[in-house]
Ligand binder design. Structure first.
Ligand SMILES: Nc1ncnc2c1ncn2[C@@H]1O[C@H](COP(=O)(O)OP(=O)(O)OP(=O)(O)O)[C@@H](O)[C@H]1O
Length: 250
């Protein structure tokens, strides 16, 4: 589903991003000059050991957290230059989020959970796009189910559909398979791939898992808040080797 506007303006990128939590002796430099590209219509994984800054990077890139310095662009728009209301709107309409154990509203149907971001924004779904997302994610026969009856893997797929329904510029996924067993986790990664390959979406995913990372088109290695390496067309063995070279387990 690529469109020219999307291809022309790119997915998202950060330039010299720094994030310091706290002050004085207790200050933690979670990001230290991170320049990274999440190209349009590509699947990018961010890998690194615990505390490397993966979640902080995704949160800053998604406009959920404010960097201490540096810039974030979603499409052609610089987030730091936006007034609050415009930032809220961009976050709602241009960014999709999928987190570990994502919270669906349990008493609502799958259908209503998927369209929730649009309902909150007072918008109607684009039916053609909505139906395509539902079909590609294999949720067509679940739409009337109550969300509390879903398995963990199904719930994550609904969370992905909810992230995609606004047709965002980019979907940020933080350990989206982290709470799933390995088979269901692998399925979730297949659906993230489909979001890119079949729907022309852009995905940025943080993970500890080299097997998950190898499903991406590009892997960005983070260590101590810095980009340590970027690998294109990764294999599991290459990711494992690189993680080992960088001095640790992912
Ligand atoms: N709200 C916060 N206040 C203070 N320090 C924080 C906060 N959030 C994160 N940090 C610190 O920033 C650093 C980076 O954390 P972050 O959660 O981004 O890493 P991560 O790579 O996602 O780790 P994990 O894989 O364990 O989730 C860590 O040292 C963490 O303790």
């Amino acid at each position: 589903m690529p469109d020219d506007r999307r291809a022309g303006e790119g997915g998202a990128r950060t330039v010299g991003l720094t994030k310091v939590y706290g002050t004085g002796d207790t200050a933690v430099r979670a990001l230290n000059g991170v320049t990274v590209e999440f190209p349009a219509e590509r699947f990018t994984a961010v890998v690194g050991p615990s505390g490397a800054g993966k979640t902080t990077l995704l949160h800053c890139a998604a406009g959920l957290d404010t960097p201490t310095s540096g810039k974030v662009y979603v499409g052609g728009t610089e987030l730091g230059a936006l007034p609050d209301r415009a930032l809220t709107r961009l976050r709602r309409e241009r960014v999709g989020l999928v987190f570990r154990s994502d919270n669906l509203v349990p008493a609502m149907t799958v259908a209503d959970n998927i369209t929730l971001p649009l309902t909150l924004a007072g918008r109607r779904p684009d039916r053609v796009w909505h139906d395509l997302v539902v079909r590609v994610l294999g949720l067509g026969n679940r739409l009337r189910h109550r969300s509390e009856r879903l398995s963990g893997g199904q719930a994550q797929r609904v969370a992905l559909a909810r992230a995609l329904v606004t047709r965002p510029r980019i979907v940020f996924a933080d350990e989206p398979a982290g709470d799933l067993d390995s088979r269901t986790g692998a399925e979730m990664l297949t659906f993230l791939r489909r979001a890119v390959d079949d729907l022309g979406q852009t995905v940025a995913m943080a993970t500890h898992d080299p097997v998950a990372a190898a499903r991406a088109d590009t892997v960005v290695f983070l260590a101590d808040g810095r980009v340590a390496d970027v690998m294109h067309r990764p294999t599991v063995a290459d990711v494992l080797d690189r993680v080992h070279d960088l001095g640790g387990r992912p």
